[in-house]
Design a protein around this ligand. Structure first.
Ligand code: CA
Ligand code: CA
Length: 299
């Protein structure tokens, strides 16, 4: 098992990042992660605007997976997510969906005790730890870790939890996988621009898959298979996520073109991941059992 310290932080997914470790396919790796403020905010007096942009959205890594070549697929099994006992959420004018009507900055420190996030006296939310940023390097350009895309990264999908399997593209030799930005709990949308931001560690098994043509990124979690897509508008992200699942049904399950669309209309759930990052992210969810009816198993 390889352990990657959170002192190895990157702020861009880039082909020029130097890998901090080389691992073999199917190896188990533990990523220690800082929160999205590089653990800078510890008290409620510390506001969002006091954090330098150079500290926002660190990802731990990247790691080089031996044998991973461009056009391969990286299968990332999320074996465990551990989180700290305190997280933080910030709201600020001009950020998030309510940014136009929020008039002052507020930081809220939220303890996590016995599986609950203590939001206030009345509301104790069950935690559902998830990974906000998880991705590989783009082929040529460098993309800030705050921006999601085909390479994954800041998708802020609340279904990237323990037990999930995420499929990401390999665009450069080694893939250069990195992750961070854990949330103890978050709703679809991430309305005020934060989840319950928290440090922690993620244990994954990474496997290189050859000669697949899945519409990436894809995610299997619980009883669902999902396509994730990010774009400048939510409309466009929703359309891309839908077209990706449609293409998966046609190419992998050999489903009829129109029937695949009809099936998505009846059984697919088009959902919002987040609407607050530089690009918006949507997902199309389909019940996993449908794949079994076509004798298809995710690789
Ligand atoms: Ca995020
Ligand atoms: Ca976050």
């Amino acid at each position: 098992m390889v352990r990657i310290s959170s002192s190895n932080s990157i702020f861009k997914m880039s082909p020029s990042n130097n890998p901090v470790a080389n691992v073999d396919t199917e190896e188990i790796i533990v990523f220690e992660t800082l929160d999205c403020f590089s653990n800078y905010i510890q008290r409620e007096e510390q506001l969002f605007s006091s954090v330098g942009w150079d500290l926002i959205n660190p990802a731990t890594g990247p790691i080089y997976i031996n044998g991973a070549e461009p056009n391969d697929t990286l299968k990332v099994e999320i074996l465990d997510i551990k989180i700290a006992d305190q997280g933080v959420i910030c709201a600020a004018p001009n950020f998030g969906v309510l940014g136009e009507i929020i008039t002052k900055e507020v930081t809220k420190v939220i303890p996590v005790r016995e599986g609950k996030a203590i939001f206030n006296d009345k509301i104790h939310l069950s935690i559902k730890p998830m990974i906000g940023v998880i991705g590989t390097s783009p082929a040529r350009e460098e993309i800030p870790t705050g921006t999601p895309g085909n390479h994954g990264s800041n998708m802020d999908c609340k279904r990237i939890v323990k037990g999930a399997v995420l499929y990401l593209p390999v665009n450069v030799p080694g893939g250069l996988l990195a992750m961070g930005d854990l949330h103890a709990v978050m709703g679809d949308g991430e309305i005020v621009v934060c989840g319950l931001e928290i440090s922690g560690e993620v244990t994954v098994r990474v496997t290189v898959l050859k000669e697949l043509s899945l519409p990436l990124p894809m995610l299997q979690e619980g009883d669902s298979i999902m396509t994730l897509a990010s774009s400048a508008t939510l409309d466009e992200a929703a359309k891309l996520a839908t077209m990706n699942m449609h293409s998966f049904l046609i190419k992998q399950l050999n489903m009829d073109f129109v029937e695949a669309g009809m099936l998505l209309s009846l059984a697919g759930d088009l959902r919002i991941c987040q609407v607050v990052d530089p690009l918006m992210t949507a997902r199309m969810e389909l019940p996993l059992w449908i794949l079994g009816k076509y004798d298809y198993r995710m690789p």
